[in-house]
Every structure is written in C-alpha cells, then in structure tokens.
Design a protein around this ligand. Structure first.
Ligand code: PRX
Length: 685
C-alpha cells in the first residue's frame, strides 16, 4: 500500500495496463542483409568500460570546422558538455555539405492537407538558399545575434525548418512552440527564454479548415507584455505566398511579411555559417514536468546532432535514396530530431505533412506514401489506433511499401502492433518501438532492427553505448532481467542528453539527478545516474517494457502534459475552489485527462464544467482538453489536507477497488464521487 506523498499521487505507471509478454517476430532476411547496422560487435565496442571513447564514432558523422579536443567534459556535472574544444555548425551539416554531391536531391516534400493542392518539393540547394535568405533577414532586419533566442510558433510547413536552420546558421537559439499551443503557452515560453522575435505564419489547414494563426501572435505579444516582455518583431510567413489570409491586421513597425522582405532585400543573400563550439546551445524545447511551469530543455550543438544523426542512420536505417516520412509535428522533440536534424544531417529526403492523418479519410497516409514512394515511416501509437479505427482495411488498397516503420511516444499494445505490422507494413516492414524523451535528444531504447527480432509491446534492449538500470525507491538495483518494475535510469550520459534547463541548473539537478546522486560535488559521471521519470521492467532477454510516467505528468496521445498546468488553468475559473487532474485510460489516445473540481461555498455549479474545459483549452491548447470535468461536492483529502489523486484516478478508470480510504479526513466524499462518475452522470459540457 502506498503511503504518504505517494498515496496522494496517481502516476501513469500506477494505472498502467500490462499485457502479457509476447514472442518474437523476425525481420525478413532481406532486411538484415541491407541494414546499416549489421555488426554485432558494436555492443562490446560500446560497453560501459569503454565509455565515453566510443562516442568518437558518432562525432565522425559530422563535418567540423576545427576538430574537437575532448569527447566529454564533466567539469559542470551533471550539465555534460560533449565534443568540446572544436567548432562546427548544425545548418552547415544539414545543408552545405550535401550541396557538392546532392544539390538536386529533394530535402522535403511538402504535402498540403487539401488533397487538391499540389505537393511542393524543395531540393537541398533550394532549402539552402531559403535558409541563407531568412538568416540574413533575421540578422539584418530583426537584429538577431548569436546566442539570442528566437521563438518560432508555426504550423507544419517547409518554412518551419527554414526558420530553425536559419537560427542555427547564425548561432541563435531557436525555441519552437508547437503550433497547436495557445497564445498563453507561447507567451509564457517567450518570457521565460527572454525572446524578442516571434516567427509565425498567417494561416494553415487542419481538419479541413483554414485556421487563422496570426491572430494568436497578436495575443501572444499582448500576454508577453503583461509579463514585462516586449516582442520587437513578428515575422509572418504566408501559407500561400503573396496572399495574406489572416483577419488580424499587420501591426506597423512590429509585424512584417517575410516574403515581402525576402523579395525586396534578402532573397539572394548569403550568410556564412557561424562556427559554434560543440557545447553551444542549438535550441530550447519546453516540456511539462511536475510543477505548473514548463521547463526549457537546452540541447547543445555537437552532441545532439551526432546522436540524432547516428540513430537516424543505424536504427531508423536511413539511406540516401530513402523517402522518409515522420508523421510527428516539428513542434515536438520528435520532429526536431527525426524530421529536421537527423535526416537532414544524413542528406535524406523527408516528408512534411500539414494536416491530420485521417483527413479527408483514413486512407490519406497510404495514398501519400504510395504517391511519394515513402520507404521509411514513423508515427505514434495514437495515430495508428486512429487509422485502424477509421480505416482498418485502407492500407491494403494502396501499393505503398515500407522497409522499416518506427513508433514513438507511448507504449504500443501488441494488438495495435500487429495491425501496424500486418496491415500497414504488409508483414514485410520491420517495426521498431523507440523509447526516449525530450530530454534525451534521441532514441535510447529500441531493438537494433538488423540484428535482433521484434517483440510486440516491448521497446527492446538499449541502443549500443546506452546503459540503463532500473532502480528501486531506495536506489537499489532491481536485478537485470527480473521482470520487476522500478524507476528507469541511465548509468552514464550520452551525447544527445539535455545540457540543462535554461536558466535553472538547480531544477535540472532536482528533476533528473537528485534522487540517486551519490555526491553533489562529484565530477564523475558514475555518481550521476539520470532518472528518466518512467517506470519500466526488463524481461530475461533484456527487452524493456515501459510502464509510464512516475510523476505528475500524463502522456496524452504521445504528448506530455503536466497535471499541475491543467489544474492551474481550472483554478482560474470563477467559483472553482479546488481542482485535481488524473489520467484516465483511453482506447485511442492511450490516456486522457479528467478533471475533478469542487466549488466555493454557495456557488452555483451550472456552467462550471464547460468553463473549466474552455479554460484548459485556452490556456494550454486543444490537446489538453479534458475528456470529462466532474463537479463534485468535495475532493477526498488526507487529514493534512492533501488531495488523494490516487482515489480519483481509480474511480475515473472504473476500478471497483479504490484502495485504502481509512486515512482520509472525508471518506464519504469517495462514495459521492463514485456515484457521480460511475453512475454515468454527464461529466460537464
Ligand atoms: O513516458 C515516456 C513516453 O513519453 C515520455 C516522453 O515524452 P516527451 O518528452 O514528450 O517525448 C515524446 C517523444 C520522445 C517518456 O517519459 N514515451 C516515449 N516513448 C515511449 C514512451 N512510452 C512508452 N514507449 C515508448 N516508446
């Protein structure tokens, strides 16, 4: 029985569904024969005894202006610095170095959501030109300098990687905010990173509608001003060049149409790639944690780029003649690492799809794949569940053919896995389940597709050079291969690991290291195991199964949301006295938030549930929209007044047994809530 602090929480790992361990599925021999990673000795070569020297292999995938001197500098432990003492540029590695041999190769096919709009294919040469031009605009018009933060709040279009790579070229630090996030979320991130330039777009298509996006920029600027930050420039791309499609007017002196500035001044400009130190920051990516405020994960240049390039090559198995479609959004880490930086570093052709996968029907992805000859596919279990639900027989209508297909972000149930493998992959494609996080920069736990079998429902053993360990609450090692659950940790760092949290070293240490750190003064990596925040178990064959978050984070459709963020949005609604958010299991999205609120005395509850839903959607974005909002007379609490989320989670998930209620100050609250929820009363609007 959980006690104390733990009992008040109800983590994902607590409510995880467990499936039985499955047998192996072997890849076709033809796959293994062509795989980029066929050398089994890689695991020995990258053993812990040889750490960190073997990461020289990763750095070799990059072009350096001047060679690095040290592989790992631990002097700022645990803010690890990789490949220090040399210089390089990420945009140079993603663009310039391919011009010699592959200037006419397509870098990105842009697929608009409206099916009658033609695909736009951009070559490496063309992408390079546009990045140069936009870098010149950022520098000479918007005054962006090396080290400045630039916020990019954009939909899925080629202009998004153009903006990112332009920052990288200048040595500016980009902070991409997922396009679906609210103006409030964007403003908070601008304020936290002290960013004075916002790159946005007028409009984009989603779910069959043209969405006005520029309006959000105006709101962002106003909300940032309330917090004391002046946004100096709003740079607006147009979804259709030359046609401005937002109802929000351009604000003179602040807003500018990018295409106009390019045409008048910068279209032919060239900007020399800034030589960056290996450890210089490349970007910030905000992610949710246990507190109400999202934190800016800071990724460095050389280590990050080397890690995503290596994993793209050896695990995603990318080859220069591949057409690779990662269906994630670039606004999340998956898109950064596996749409932009990894594939471009290798000079591969990628696909950027604007809209929702099921638009106009669930055959769309397979039509796109057929038309473009997509050979490698990457998506989330949520997208797979949606596509199966809406079009189980669609894949067989098309002649697409994938060599390898990856999944990311959530555990994939064996049943869903089998449909993906059989229907989508036609039984031929190798399926790889990739476990990682915003903080890890790239994949850490997967099977090596050419070397070992697949196992539905398991992420696989660790990548070569990655050394996980499962620790219990006291820091004891859970025996390897014992099938016992514990906290997933990494014994040693790797080049893709976050370099820190922007402006908050203490929070970085507290979140990922403090629990298992052996000596806060130590500069020895052995004293700083990284705690991922996930529960996991390892089977006898070394394959890991991920159970879910152990903290106050819920993974909704593969996106991370902090329950505290949702609660603070709910608390802004008039009349709400207390709010508690829990994760409820969902057959499509994996997990979804449900909100429980109690009201201030004498307050009439009508309309509150709808207002809470709106508040959450407005403050965070539609992805956080609760499945239900329950207005309850009282929330179950301990005698010291702490809300028992564990009990609420059990009720939301339809469990008979809600656990021990004897320590509650108000046990009668439980029955009232159960009657409301399990009795099927409508949960709000
Ligand atoms: O709980 C794990 C889950 O997603 C979390 C990381 O979320 P985020 O930083 O947004 O990155 C998502 C894309 C990498 C993890 O702590 N997660 C990620 N991949 C898997 C997973 N859970 C199970 N299986 C996976 N393959």
């Amino acid at each position: 029985m959980a006690t104390g602090e733990e009992a008040q929480r109800a983590s994902e790992a607590d409510i995880a569904v467990h499936w039985r361990e499955e047998g192996y599925v072997w890849p076709p021999a033809s796959f293994a024969a062509q795989a980029n990673l066929q050398d089994r000795s890689v695991y020995d070569r990258m053993s812990l005894e040889r750490f960190p020297d073997y990461f020289a292999e990763h750095a070799e995938l990059l072009d350096w202006f001047s060679p690095y001197e040290a592989i790992l500098d631990t002097s700022h432990a645990p803010e690890w610095r990789w490949f220090t003492g040399g210089s390089l540029n990420a945009a140079y590695n993603c663009l310039d170095r391919h011009l010699e041999g592959a200037r006419n190769r397509v870098a990105f096919h842009f697929v608009p959501e409206p099916e009658d709009e033609p695909v736009v294919s951009v070559s490496y040469q063309q992408l390079w030109r546009r990045v140069n031009a936009f870098a010149a605009l950022l520098r000479d018009y918007a005054g962006v300098q090396k080290g400045d933060r630039v916020t990019i709040h954009m939909p899925m279009t080629v202009e998004l990687p153009v903006a990112m790579l332009a920052c990288a070229r200048l040595g500016a630090v980009h902070s991409v905010v997922f396009g679906g996030f609210s103006a409030q979320a964007c403003a908070d991130r601008m304020v936290d990173s002290q960013s004075h330039v916002l790159v946005t777009m007028d409009a984009y298509y989603r779910g069959g509608r043209l969405i006005d996006h520029k309006a959000k920029a105006d709101e962002t600027v106003a909300l940032a001003r309330e917090q004391g930050l002046e946004v100096r420039h709003v740079l607006v791309w147009q979804r259709h060049r030359g046609r401005y499609q937002s109802a929000a007017p351009l604000v003179p002196g602040r807003d500018a149409l990018v295409e106009d500035l390019l045409a008048s001044s910068f279209a032919r400009s060239r900007v020399a790639p800034e030589p960056m130190r290996g450890e210089d920051p490349l970007f910030l990516m905000y992610t949710s944690g246990s507190t109400g405020k999202p934190k800016a994960i800071r990724h460095g240049t050389a280590g990050y780029l080397a890690w995503v390039a290596w994993t793209s090559r050896y695990i995603q198995d990318l080859r220069p003649d591949d057409v690779y479609w990662c269906m994630a959004d670039i606004g999340w880490i998956t898109g950064h690492s596996y749409i932009v930086y990894g594939p471009l570093a290798l000079g591969v052709t990628g696909v950027i799809y604007e809209g929702v996968p099921t638009h106009p029907d669930a055959g769309r992805p397979w039509r796109v794949a057929e038309a473009l000859g997509v050979s490698v596919f990457h998506t989330s279990p949520t997208a797979i569940r949606q596509l199966r639900r809406d079009g189980p027989d669609e894949p067989q209508k098309y002649d697409h053919r994938f060599r390898i297909m990856t999944t990311v972000g959530e555990p994939i149930e064996p049943d869903v896995w089998r449909w993906y493998h059989g229907a989508v992959g036609k039984g031929q494609a190798v399926v790889v389940d990739t476990w990682w996080q915003t903080e890890t920069g790239g994949w850490l736990i997967t099977q090596a597709p050419g070397l070992m079998p697949m196992k539905p429902g398991s992420a696989g053993p660790a990548l070569p050079g990655i050394h996980p360990v499962i620790l219990d609450e006291e820091g004891r090692e859970v025996p390897a291969g014992s099938g016992r659950a514990g906290n997933l940790c990494l014994r040693a760092p790797w080049p893709g690991i976050a370099q820190g949290i922007w402006g908050d070293r203490e929070r970085f240490i507290a979140t990922y290291f403090a629990k298992y750190n052996r000596d806060p003064e130590s500069k020895d990596w052995r004293d700083w195991p990284y705690m991922a925040g996930d529960g996991a178990m390892q089977a006898a064959d070394g394959y890991y199964r991920i159970l879910g978050r152990i903290d106050d984070v819920i993974n909704v459709a593969g996106h991370r949301l902090g329950t505290k963020e949702l609660e603070s949005a709910a608390l802004k609604v008039e009349g709400v006295a207390e709010a508690a958010v829990v994760a409820a299991l969902d057959s499509v999205k994996g997990r979804v938030p449900e909100v429980f609120v109690s009201l201030e005395p004498g307050f009439d509850g009508s309309g509150v549930a709808a207002a809470v839903r709106d508040a959450v959607t407005r403050e965070i974005g539609p992805i956080a929209r609760p499945r239900a909002v329950w207005v309850v007379p009282d929330l179950p609490k301990t005698r010291s007044g702490k809300i028992m989320r564990r009990i609420l989670a059990a009720i939301a998930n339809g469990r008979e047994d809600v656990g021990d209620v004897t320590s509650l100050a108000n046990p009668e609250a439980v029955d009232a809530i159960r009657a409301l929820v399990q009795g099927g009363a409508a949960g709000g609007a």
